[in-house]
Design a protein around this ligand. Structure first.
Ligand code: ADP
Length: 427
Protein backbone atom coordinates (compact mmCIF):
# COMPACT_ATOMS: atom_id res chain seq x y z
CA UNK A 1 0.00 0.00 0.00
CA UNK A 2 1.45 3.38 -0.92
CA UNK A 3 1.52 6.06 1.77
CA UNK A 4 -1.03 8.85 1.40
CA UNK A 5 0.40 12.24 0.46
CA UNK A 6 1.69 14.36 3.36
CA UNK A 7 -1.33 16.65 3.39
CA UNK A 8 -3.88 13.82 3.44
CA UNK A 9 -6.67 14.22 5.97
CA UNK A 10 -6.64 11.97 9.03
CA UNK A 11 -10.27 11.56 10.02
CA UNK A 12 -13.22 11.14 7.66
CA UNK A 13 -16.70 11.64 9.09
CA UNK A 14 -20.01 10.59 7.54
CA UNK A 15 -22.73 12.66 9.26
CA UNK A 16 -26.43 11.85 8.91
CA UNK A 17 -27.60 15.46 8.97
CA UNK A 18 -26.43 18.99 8.33
CA UNK A 19 -26.35 20.57 11.79
CA UNK A 20 -25.01 17.32 13.29
CA UNK A 21 -22.13 17.58 10.83
CA UNK A 22 -21.36 21.12 11.96
CA UNK A 23 -21.51 19.98 15.56
CA UNK A 24 -18.79 17.31 15.18
CA UNK A 25 -16.70 19.52 12.88
CA UNK A 26 -16.73 22.26 15.55
CA UNK A 27 -15.77 19.71 18.21
CA UNK A 28 -12.75 18.58 16.17
CA UNK A 29 -11.70 22.15 15.32
CA UNK A 30 -11.88 23.19 18.98
CA UNK A 31 -9.51 20.31 19.78
CA UNK A 32 -6.87 21.18 17.24
CA UNK A 33 -7.91 19.66 13.90
CA UNK A 34 -8.51 21.86 10.86
CA UNK A 35 -12.01 20.75 9.94
CA UNK A 36 -14.01 21.15 6.72
CA UNK A 37 -17.66 20.21 6.31
CA UNK A 38 -18.85 19.38 2.82
CA UNK A 39 -22.47 19.69 1.71
CA UNK A 40 -23.05 16.22 0.33
CA UNK A 41 -20.35 14.03 -1.18
CA UNK A 42 -17.59 16.04 -2.92
CA UNK A 43 -16.82 15.52 -6.60
CA UNK A 44 -14.46 12.69 -7.51
CA UNK A 45 -10.90 13.96 -7.41
CA UNK A 46 -11.80 17.12 -5.49
CA UNK A 47 -9.08 17.90 -2.92
CA UNK A 48 -9.64 19.43 0.49
CA UNK A 49 -6.82 20.64 2.71
CA UNK A 50 -7.92 19.69 6.24
CA UNK A 51 -7.14 17.32 9.10
CA UNK A 52 -10.76 16.19 9.34
CA UNK A 53 -13.40 16.15 6.61
CA UNK A 54 -17.06 15.86 7.58
CA UNK A 55 -19.45 14.91 4.79
CA UNK A 56 -22.92 16.20 5.67
CA UNK A 57 -25.68 13.95 4.34
CA UNK A 58 -29.44 14.16 4.82
CA UNK A 59 -29.77 10.48 5.59
CA UNK A 60 -31.28 10.35 9.07
CA UNK A 61 -34.88 9.79 8.09
CA UNK A 62 -34.76 8.63 4.46
CA UNK A 63 -35.29 4.95 3.52
CA UNK A 64 -32.57 2.71 4.96
CA UNK A 65 -31.35 1.52 1.55
CA UNK A 66 -30.92 5.12 0.37
CA UNK A 67 -29.12 6.05 3.61
CA UNK A 68 -26.77 3.10 3.16
CA UNK A 69 -26.03 4.04 -0.46
CA UNK A 70 -25.34 7.70 0.39
CA UNK A 71 -23.18 6.77 3.38
CA UNK A 72 -21.14 4.26 1.37
CA UNK A 73 -20.56 6.87 -1.32
CA UNK A 74 -19.35 9.32 1.34
CA UNK A 75 -17.05 6.68 2.82
CA UNK A 76 -15.63 5.80 -0.59
CA UNK A 77 -14.83 9.45 -1.24
CA UNK A 78 -13.21 9.89 2.19
CA UNK A 79 -11.10 6.75 1.68
CA UNK A 80 -10.03 8.04 -1.71
CA UNK A 81 -9.01 11.32 -0.06
CA UNK A 82 -6.59 9.37 2.17
CA UNK A 83 -8.37 9.47 5.54
CA UNK A 84 -6.98 6.90 8.03
CA UNK A 85 -9.91 6.54 10.39
CA UNK A 86 -13.66 6.94 9.91
CA UNK A 87 -16.53 8.11 12.05
CA UNK A 88 -20.26 7.65 11.52
CA UNK A 89 -21.93 10.58 13.28
CA UNK A 90 -25.56 10.35 14.35
CA UNK A 91 -27.66 12.23 16.84
CA UNK A 92 -26.93 12.12 20.59
CA UNK A 93 -30.55 11.02 21.06
CA UNK A 94 -29.91 8.07 18.70
CA UNK A 95 -32.67 9.29 16.34
CA UNK A 96 -33.67 6.23 14.32
CA UNK A 97 -36.39 3.60 13.95
CA UNK A 98 -36.30 -0.20 14.08
CA UNK A 99 -35.91 -0.09 10.29
CA UNK A 100 -32.75 2.06 10.59
CA UNK A 101 -30.85 4.00 9.77
CA UNK A 102 -28.08 3.76 12.33
CA UNK A 103 -27.67 -0.03 12.31
CA UNK A 104 -27.83 -0.63 8.54
CA UNK A 105 -25.45 2.24 7.79
CA UNK A 106 -22.97 1.18 10.50
CA UNK A 107 -22.99 -2.42 9.23
CA UNK A 108 -22.44 -1.32 5.63
CA UNK A 109 -19.54 0.97 6.57
CA UNK A 110 -17.95 -1.75 8.70
CA UNK A 111 -18.21 -4.21 5.80
CA UNK A 112 -16.74 -1.72 3.30
CA UNK A 113 -13.81 -1.12 5.62
CA UNK A 114 -13.27 -4.86 6.11
CA UNK A 115 -13.44 -4.27 9.87
CA UNK A 116 -15.02 -6.56 12.43
CA UNK A 117 -16.10 -4.28 15.25
CA UNK A 118 -17.15 -0.72 16.03
CA UNK A 119 -18.24 0.98 19.24
CA UNK A 120 -21.48 2.94 19.46
CA UNK A 121 -21.65 5.86 21.89
CA UNK A 122 -24.11 8.72 21.50
CA UNK A 123 -23.28 10.20 24.94
CA UNK A 124 -22.71 13.96 25.07
CA UNK A 125 -22.67 14.94 28.75
CA UNK A 126 -22.16 18.65 28.00
CA UNK A 127 -25.59 18.48 26.30
CA UNK A 128 -27.16 16.35 29.03
CA UNK A 129 -26.93 13.06 27.11
CA UNK A 130 -25.43 10.19 29.09
CA UNK A 131 -25.44 6.42 28.71
CA UNK A 132 -25.56 4.09 31.70
CA UNK A 133 -25.99 0.31 31.53
CA UNK A 134 -26.66 0.83 27.84
CA UNK A 135 -29.60 3.14 28.58
CA UNK A 136 -29.65 6.64 27.14
CA UNK A 137 -30.65 9.50 29.44
CA UNK A 138 -31.57 13.06 28.49
CA UNK A 139 -30.81 14.92 31.70
CA UNK A 140 -32.42 12.77 34.39
CA UNK A 141 -35.03 11.26 32.05
CA UNK A 142 -34.76 8.01 30.16
CA UNK A 143 -34.78 8.65 26.40
CA UNK A 144 -38.29 7.20 26.07
CA UNK A 145 -39.61 9.64 28.71
CA UNK A 146 -37.69 12.68 27.46
CA UNK A 147 -40.15 13.86 24.82
CA UNK A 148 -38.22 11.94 22.14
CA UNK A 149 -40.87 9.22 22.38
CA UNK A 150 -43.16 11.66 20.52
CA UNK A 151 -40.73 12.71 17.80
CA UNK A 152 -42.71 12.91 14.53
CA UNK A 153 -40.17 10.97 12.44
CA UNK A 154 -38.03 8.97 14.84
CA UNK A 155 -40.05 8.27 18.00
CA UNK A 156 -37.67 6.72 20.54
CA UNK A 157 -39.76 4.39 22.67
CA UNK A 158 -36.95 2.27 24.11
CA UNK A 159 -34.01 3.74 26.04
CA UNK A 160 -32.05 0.46 26.01
CA UNK A 161 -29.67 1.05 23.14
CA UNK A 162 -28.33 -2.51 23.21
CA UNK A 163 -31.85 -3.58 22.29
CA UNK A 164 -32.47 -0.68 19.88
CA UNK A 165 -29.27 -1.24 17.91
CA UNK A 166 -29.81 -5.00 18.14
CA UNK A 167 -33.12 -4.61 16.29
CA UNK A 168 -31.38 -2.60 13.57
CA UNK A 169 -28.46 -4.99 13.00
CA UNK A 170 -27.95 -8.64 12.15
CA UNK A 171 -25.83 -9.73 15.15
CA UNK A 172 -26.30 -9.36 18.93
CA UNK A 173 -24.94 -6.09 20.33
CA UNK A 174 -22.53 -5.97 23.30
CA UNK A 175 -22.13 -3.51 26.16
CA UNK A 176 -19.06 -1.93 27.73
CA UNK A 177 -20.44 -0.96 31.11
CA UNK A 178 -19.76 2.09 33.22
CA UNK A 179 -17.49 0.35 35.76
CA UNK A 180 -15.20 -0.76 32.93
CA UNK A 181 -15.25 2.70 31.34
CA UNK A 182 -14.25 4.29 34.65
CA UNK A 183 -11.16 2.07 34.74
CA UNK A 184 -9.84 3.91 31.70
CA UNK A 185 -8.71 3.34 28.13
CA UNK A 186 -6.85 0.05 28.78
CA UNK A 187 -9.88 -1.60 30.36
CA UNK A 188 -12.21 -0.32 27.64
CA UNK A 189 -9.88 -1.58 24.92
CA UNK A 190 -9.67 -5.01 26.56
CA UNK A 191 -13.46 -5.20 26.91
CA UNK A 192 -13.99 -4.29 23.26
CA UNK A 193 -11.42 -6.89 22.14
CA UNK A 194 -13.22 -9.54 24.21
CA UNK A 195 -16.59 -8.61 22.74
CA UNK A 196 -15.19 -8.70 19.20
CA UNK A 197 -13.72 -12.15 19.88
CA UNK A 198 -17.16 -13.28 21.04
CA UNK A 199 -18.55 -12.26 17.67
CA UNK A 200 -20.10 -8.95 18.67
CA UNK A 201 -19.84 -6.48 15.81
CA UNK A 202 -21.08 -3.50 17.83
CA UNK A 203 -21.08 -2.53 21.48
CA UNK A 204 -22.82 0.32 23.23
CA UNK A 205 -20.29 2.05 25.50
CA UNK A 206 -21.46 3.81 28.66
CA UNK A 207 -20.33 7.39 29.35
CA UNK A 208 -21.46 10.08 31.77
CA UNK A 209 -18.66 12.64 31.68
CA UNK A 210 -16.05 14.09 29.34
CA UNK A 211 -13.37 12.00 31.06
CA UNK A 212 -15.25 8.89 29.91
CA UNK A 213 -15.43 10.15 26.34
CA UNK A 214 -11.71 10.92 26.33
CA UNK A 215 -10.90 7.42 27.60
CA UNK A 216 -13.22 5.80 25.02
CA UNK A 217 -11.62 7.87 22.26
CA UNK A 218 -8.17 6.75 23.37
CA UNK A 219 -9.29 3.12 23.49
CA UNK A 220 -10.57 3.37 19.91
CA UNK A 221 -7.32 4.75 18.47
CA UNK A 222 -6.79 1.62 16.39
CA UNK A 223 -10.39 1.21 15.22
CA UNK A 224 -11.18 1.70 11.55
CA UNK A 225 -14.70 2.93 12.35
CA UNK A 226 -16.18 4.70 15.36
CA UNK A 227 -19.88 5.47 15.59
CA UNK A 228 -21.62 7.94 17.86
CA UNK A 229 -22.52 11.51 18.65
CA UNK A 230 -20.01 14.34 18.49
CA UNK A 231 -19.07 13.81 22.16
CA UNK A 232 -17.09 10.64 21.55
CA UNK A 233 -15.03 12.42 18.87
CA UNK A 234 -13.53 14.49 21.69
CA UNK A 235 -10.63 12.09 22.32
CA UNK A 236 -9.67 11.52 18.69
CA UNK A 237 -7.46 14.55 17.94
CA UNK A 238 -5.18 13.59 20.82
CA UNK A 239 -4.78 10.08 19.36
CA UNK A 240 -3.45 11.59 16.13
CA UNK A 241 -1.11 13.91 18.02
CA UNK A 242 0.14 11.00 20.15
CA UNK A 243 0.86 9.06 16.98
CA UNK A 244 2.84 12.00 15.58
CA UNK A 245 0.35 12.47 12.73
CA UNK A 246 -1.16 15.79 13.81
CA UNK A 247 1.05 18.77 14.66
CA UNK A 248 0.13 20.92 17.66
CA UNK A 249 -1.77 23.70 15.93
CA UNK A 250 -1.83 27.11 17.60
CA UNK A 251 -5.26 27.81 16.15
CA UNK A 252 -6.91 25.17 14.01
CA UNK A 253 -10.11 27.23 13.92
CA UNK A 254 -8.57 30.44 12.57
CA UNK A 255 -10.41 31.81 9.53
CA UNK A 256 -9.28 34.62 7.23
CA UNK A 257 -10.87 38.03 7.75
CA UNK A 258 -13.47 38.84 5.11
CA UNK A 259 -14.53 42.39 4.39
CA UNK A 260 -18.12 43.11 3.50
CA UNK A 261 -21.56 43.91 4.81
CA UNK A 262 -23.23 42.04 7.64
CA UNK A 263 -26.75 40.57 7.94
CA UNK A 264 -28.95 38.17 9.89
CA UNK A 265 -31.70 36.05 8.33
CA UNK A 266 -34.08 34.32 10.72
CA UNK A 267 -36.62 31.66 9.81
CA UNK A 268 -36.66 29.87 13.13
CA UNK A 269 -39.68 30.38 15.36
CA UNK A 270 -38.05 28.74 18.37
CA UNK A 271 -38.15 30.45 21.73
CA UNK A 272 -34.39 31.07 21.73
CA UNK A 273 -34.48 32.76 18.32
CA UNK A 274 -37.48 34.94 19.27
CA UNK A 275 -35.58 36.09 22.36
CA UNK A 276 -32.48 36.81 20.29
CA UNK A 277 -34.55 38.88 17.86
CA UNK A 278 -36.05 40.81 20.76
CA UNK A 279 -32.55 41.60 21.97
CA UNK A 280 -31.37 42.59 18.49
CA UNK A 281 -34.22 45.12 18.03
CA UNK A 282 -32.55 47.62 20.34
CA UNK A 283 -29.24 47.33 18.46
CA UNK A 284 -29.84 46.77 14.75
CA UNK A 285 -32.43 47.64 12.08
CA UNK A 286 -34.92 44.75 12.01
CA UNK A 287 -37.45 43.95 9.27
CA UNK A 288 -40.25 41.51 10.02
CA UNK A 289 -41.57 39.73 6.97
CA UNK A 290 -45.31 39.22 6.96
CA UNK A 291 -45.92 36.35 4.56
CA UNK A 292 -49.65 37.08 4.45
CA UNK A 293 -49.08 40.62 3.17
CA UNK A 294 -48.34 39.15 -0.26
CA UNK A 295 -47.73 35.40 -0.23
CA UNK A 296 -45.37 35.40 -3.17
CA UNK A 297 -41.68 34.76 -2.63
CA UNK A 298 -40.42 37.08 -5.39
CA UNK A 299 -42.48 40.02 -4.09
CA UNK A 300 -41.63 39.37 -0.45
CA UNK A 301 -37.93 39.04 -1.21
CA UNK A 302 -37.81 42.16 -3.39
CA UNK A 303 -39.55 44.24 -0.71
CA UNK A 304 -37.11 43.00 1.93
CA UNK A 305 -34.09 43.70 -0.28
CA UNK A 306 -35.39 47.21 -1.09
CA UNK A 307 -35.57 47.83 2.66
CA UNK A 308 -32.13 46.36 3.36
CA UNK A 309 -29.93 47.75 0.57
CA UNK A 310 -29.67 51.36 1.83
CA UNK A 311 -28.90 50.10 5.34
CA UNK A 312 -26.12 47.66 4.45
CA UNK A 313 -22.76 48.19 6.13
CA UNK A 314 -20.63 46.86 8.98
CA UNK A 315 -23.65 47.05 11.29
CA UNK A 316 -25.87 44.06 10.55
CA UNK A 317 -29.39 44.34 9.19
CA UNK A 318 -31.81 41.73 10.48
CA UNK A 319 -34.57 40.19 8.35
CA UNK A 320 -36.90 37.80 10.14
CA UNK A 321 -39.92 35.71 9.24
CA UNK A 322 -39.87 34.33 12.77
CA UNK A 323 -43.09 34.76 14.70
CA UNK A 324 -44.63 33.59 17.97
CA UNK A 325 -46.88 30.50 17.91
CA UNK A 326 -50.21 32.33 17.49
CA UNK A 327 -48.95 34.20 14.40
CA UNK A 328 -47.40 31.05 12.97
CA UNK A 329 -50.76 29.33 13.44
CA UNK A 330 -52.52 32.12 11.53
CA UNK A 331 -50.06 31.89 8.65
CA UNK A 332 -50.36 28.11 8.56
CA UNK A 333 -54.13 28.31 8.59
CA UNK A 334 -54.12 30.70 5.64
CA UNK A 335 -51.46 28.96 3.53
CA UNK A 336 -51.34 25.39 4.80
CA UNK A 337 -48.65 24.16 7.14
CA UNK A 338 -46.16 22.82 4.60
CA UNK A 339 -46.66 25.55 2.04
CA UNK A 340 -46.20 28.25 4.70
CA UNK A 341 -42.84 26.77 5.71
CA UNK A 342 -41.74 26.19 2.13
CA UNK A 343 -42.77 29.69 0.98
CA UNK A 344 -40.82 31.31 3.79
CA UNK A 345 -37.78 29.14 3.18
CA UNK A 346 -37.82 30.04 -0.52
CA UNK A 347 -38.26 33.72 0.36
CA UNK A 348 -35.35 33.77 2.81
CA UNK A 349 -33.18 31.84 0.35
CA UNK A 350 -33.87 34.48 -2.34
CA UNK A 351 -33.12 37.26 0.13
CA UNK A 352 -29.82 35.56 1.04
CA UNK A 353 -28.82 35.46 -2.62
CA UNK A 354 -29.85 39.12 -3.04
CA UNK A 355 -27.91 40.20 0.04
CA UNK A 356 -24.75 38.45 -1.14
CA UNK A 357 -25.18 40.06 -4.57
CA UNK A 358 -25.33 43.42 -2.72
CA UNK A 359 -22.05 42.81 -0.90
CA UNK A 360 -23.02 40.98 2.28
CA UNK A 361 -20.12 38.72 3.25
CA UNK A 362 -20.91 37.97 6.90
CA UNK A 363 -24.24 36.28 7.33
CA UNK A 364 -25.92 34.62 10.31
CA UNK A 365 -28.86 32.31 9.54
CA UNK A 366 -31.23 31.15 12.29
CA UNK A 367 -33.10 27.89 11.76
CA UNK A 368 -32.05 24.41 10.64
CA UNK A 369 -34.33 24.09 7.61
CA UNK A 370 -33.81 27.75 6.83
CA UNK A 371 -30.03 27.20 6.84
CA UNK A 372 -30.40 24.29 4.42
CA UNK A 373 -32.42 26.45 2.01
CA UNK A 374 -29.94 29.36 2.25
CA UNK A 375 -26.87 27.16 1.75
CA UNK A 376 -28.33 25.62 -1.36
CA UNK A 377 -29.48 28.99 -2.78
CA UNK A 378 -25.95 30.35 -2.27
CA UNK A 379 -24.37 27.32 -3.98
CA UNK A 380 -22.24 26.57 -0.91
CA UNK A 381 -20.29 23.30 -1.27
CA UNK A 382 -18.06 23.40 1.78
CA UNK A 383 -17.66 25.10 5.13
CA UNK A 384 -14.29 25.53 6.82
CA UNK A 385 -14.96 25.52 10.53
CA UNK A 386 -13.90 28.48 12.69
CA UNK A 387 -14.40 29.49 16.31
CA UNK A 388 -17.64 28.70 18.10
CA UNK A 389 -19.92 31.68 18.79
CA UNK A 390 -22.02 29.49 21.09
CA UNK A 391 -21.80 25.74 21.70
CA UNK A 392 -22.49 23.97 18.40
CA UNK A 393 -22.51 27.17 16.30
CA UNK A 394 -19.18 28.11 14.75
CA UNK A 395 -18.41 30.82 12.24
CA UNK A 396 -17.51 29.11 9.01
CA UNK A 397 -15.85 30.12 5.77
CA UNK A 398 -18.33 29.14 3.06
CA UNK A 399 -17.09 28.35 -0.42
CA UNK A 400 -18.90 27.21 -3.53
CA UNK A 401 -20.16 28.70 -6.74
CA UNK A 402 -20.45 32.23 -5.28
CA UNK A 403 -17.97 34.53 -3.50
CA UNK A 404 -16.32 33.28 -0.28
CA UNK A 405 -18.22 34.47 2.78
CA UNK A 406 -18.48 34.01 6.53
CA UNK A 407 -21.56 32.05 7.44
CA UNK A 408 -22.92 31.10 10.86
CA UNK A 409 -25.76 28.58 10.72
CA UNK A 410 -27.70 28.43 13.95
CA UNK A 411 -30.07 25.62 14.80
CA UNK A 412 -33.16 27.41 16.17
CA UNK A 413 -32.75 26.65 19.85
CA UNK A 414 -29.01 27.33 20.08
CA UNK A 415 -27.35 30.39 21.55
CA UNK A 416 -28.07 32.84 24.37
CA UNK A 417 -30.17 36.04 24.07
CA UNK A 418 -27.23 38.16 22.86
CA UNK A 419 -26.22 35.66 20.17
CA UNK A 420 -26.51 38.06 17.20
CA UNK A 421 -24.30 40.89 18.54
CA UNK A 422 -21.90 38.29 19.98
CA UNK A 423 -21.58 36.71 16.55
CA UNK A 424 -20.55 39.96 14.89
CA UNK A 425 -18.11 40.87 17.66
CA UNK A 426 -16.07 37.84 16.63
CA UNK A 427 -16.64 37.75 12.86
P1 ADP B 1 -35.66 25.57 13.80
O1 ADP B 1 -34.18 25.29 13.73
O2 ADP B 1 -36.03 26.50 14.92
O3 ADP B 1 -36.50 24.30 13.78
P2 ADP B 1 -36.26 25.82 11.00
O4 ADP B 1 -35.73 26.82 10.03
O5 ADP B 1 -35.72 24.42 10.91
O6 ADP B 1 -36.02 26.39 12.47
O7 ADP B 1 -37.84 25.68 10.88
C1 ADP B 1 -38.70 26.77 11.01
C2 ADP B 1 -39.80 26.63 9.96
O8 ADP B 1 -40.80 27.59 10.24
C3 ADP B 1 -39.29 26.91 8.55
O9 ADP B 1 -39.89 26.02 7.65
C4 ADP B 1 -39.81 28.32 8.29
O10 ADP B 1 -39.96 28.60 6.93
C5 ADP B 1 -41.10 28.33 9.04
N1 ADP B 1 -41.55 29.68 9.42
C6 ADP B 1 -40.79 30.75 9.71
N2 ADP B 1 -41.54 31.81 9.99
C7 ADP B 1 -42.83 31.43 9.88
C8 ADP B 1 -44.08 32.09 10.05
N3 ADP B 1 -44.13 33.39 10.37
N4 ADP B 1 -45.19 31.38 9.85
C9 ADP B 1 -45.14 30.07 9.50
N5 ADP B 1 -44.00 29.39 9.35
C10 ADP B 1 -42.84 30.06 9.52
Amino acid sequence: MSAPPAAAPLLGVVADDFTGATDIAAMLAARGMRAVQTIGVPEPGETIDADAIVVALKSRTIAAAAAVAASRAALAWLRGAGCRQFFFKYCSTFDSTDAGNIGPVAEALLADLGAGFALACPAFPANQRSVYAGHLFVGTKLLNESGMENHPLTPMQDADLVRVLGRQTTAPVGLVGFMTVRQGAGAIRAAMTRLAEQGRRFAIVDAAGDEDLLAIGEAAAGHALITGGSGVAMGLPENFRRAGLLPARADAAALPAIAGHAAVLAGSCSRATLLQLGHARSLFPVLEIDPLANPNEAALAEAALDWARPLLGARPVVIAASAPPERVARVQQALGRDEAGALIERTLARIAAGLVASGVRRLVVAGGETSGAVVSALGVRRLTIGHAIAPGVPWTLAQGSGPALKLALKSGNFGGPAFFPEAFETA
